[in-house]
Design a protein around this ligand. Structure first.
Ligand code: RNT
Ligand code: ZN
Length: 417
């Protein structure tokens, strides 16, 4: 018997004692899809426009060699990353990752510009999610897009967003799996505005126009992502928390909670259960803010565990779409995907290995001593043995073995770019 299997057998017995069936947990874990963000592969550049600077108040820092320069390289890199992550997942595309040689602007995009991605997704048994790209474009230079006071600018972005929904619908139809389209706008002021209402009213009206066409929710659903501030928009962000939550609730849309889009001590793990009382579904952008919305690679820290606990203990995982959102250009980009995604799955597994009903019983009975004692003891239960076993039966490397594969790929392929 392999060491992995031996350790699993022991762990399985230990979990069985607290009423947790590890085999069943693994079966349930397999069903959870994580949406891997394509933009970690090339520092949010995309392939539609050459030599355009990243704007919208987000930043990738670092110049680690080997960023993907075209669709083919990005797919190749993704395939390496996916081979190191257990389970079947989704790919989250931004519109600037269109697979086309045509010179096409954002307000001209059509489903056919993404046919290559649909083929790739089918081939890899994956679903697709989507995002309009309302930044890194001359029409976004003023710092405003869909809420601009200039109707030419506004119309351009409304058209882009409408077209993105059609592309999302096409993804959903082709793949037989719902596409979540996330709308995020960097719109805001560096300095203190006089009128805080008008841009928000314009954004609301523009969004109503974008969503005026009803699309079958079996194919695609829309989410709207809030933010507290961005670089260059420190004083005022149009799409604030209240704006986006209010919009989502009143228009029957999904709210997107990004872990880096709140004040530094505010956590999204405590927001999930409130939002889902008022919306049918939720989208998460799991990220790691370090002092600001720095989009560091997701690690297995307290907040990640808390997010997973919020989803699993409540059953809200059923109505939550988990997306990742980080972009680190200072380390190997494939490693970044692998580390972040494996950590997300690990956190879910760790949460699923709790005897939730027993803990809830202690809580409801007011036995807070047991609640604290048990949740603390369970933290050091052998979840790593279950994780290793899950990796093994999924045919992906166990523990840090994956790093050798990434290093080899770096040497043979990435370093030659
Ligand atoms: C920006 C938002 C947004 C982007 C991606 C690239 O602060 O988090 O989700 O990171 O669209
Ligand atoms: Zn985000």
């Amino acid at each position: 018997m392999s060491d992995v299997l031996k350790a699993y057998e022991i762990a399985k017995k230990q979990y069985a004692k607290i009423g947790v069936d590890t085999d069943k947990v693994i079966e349930n874990l397999k069903k959870i899809k994580i949406s891997l963000h394509c933009w970690q592969g090339d520092d949010v550049n995309g392939f539609l426009f050459k030599d355009i600077e990243l704007s919208g108040g987000i930043q990738t820092t670092g110049n680690y060699p080997g960023a993907a320069r075209n669709v083919k390289e990005l797919r190749q890199d993704l395939e390496v990353a996916l081979s190191l992550i257990p389970g079947k997942h989704k790919l989250n595309l931004h519109s600037i990752y269109a697979d086309t040689d045509e010179k096409v602007d954002l307000n001209e995009l059509e489903p056919r510009h993404f046919a290559g991605w649909v083929d790739w997704a089918k081939h890899n048994g994956m679903g697709l999610d989507f995002n309009p790209t309302c930044f890194s474009h001359p029409m976004a230079e003023s710092g405003f897009t869909i809420s601009s006071a200039d109707s030419k600018v506004r119309d351009f972005w409304v058209e882009h967003c409408k077209r993105c929904r059609k592309i999302a619908e096409y993804f959903g139809k082709e793949l037989g799996m719902k596409c979540v389209t996330n709308f995020w706008f960097p719109d805001g002021y560096k300095d203190i505005p006089v009128d805080r209402e008008a841009p928000r009213r314009r954004m609301m009206e523009a969004l109503d126009e974008v969503f005026s066409e009803k699309i079958n929710p079996e194919y695609c659903v829309d989410a709207i992502e809030s933010k507290v501030f961005g670089i260059g928009a420190e004083s005022y962000t149009v799409g604030s928390n209240e704006f986006c939550l209010g919009y989502a609730v009143s228009r029957n849309k999904l709210y997107c909670l990004d872990a880096g889009h709140f004040h530094p001590t505010e956590v999204i793990s405590d927001k999930i259960s409130s939002v889902l009382l008022y919306t049918d579904e939720l989208l998460l952008h799991v990220s790691r803010p370090v002092r600001w919305d720095s989009d560091h690679v997701v690690i297995l820290d307290d907040e990640l565990n808390a997010i997973a606990n919020s989803l699993i203990r409540t059953g809200l995982i059923e109505s939550t779409n988990i997306g990742l959102d980080f972009f680190d250009a200072s380390i190997n980009r494939i490693a970044a995907w692998v580390i972040g995604t494996r950590n997300m799955i690990k956190a879910l597994l760790k949460a699923m290995l709790e005897p939730v009903e027993a803990l809830k019983k202690a809580e409801i009975e007011g036995d807070y001593t047991s609640r604290l004692a048990l949740t603390e003891e369970y933290k050091t239960y052998p979840f790593g043995a279950v994780w290793d076993y899950y990796c093994q039966i999924s045919g992906v490397p166990v523990r840090e073995e994956w790093l050798d594969i990434v290093k080899k790929y770096e040497q043979e392929t990435l370093s030659k770019r």
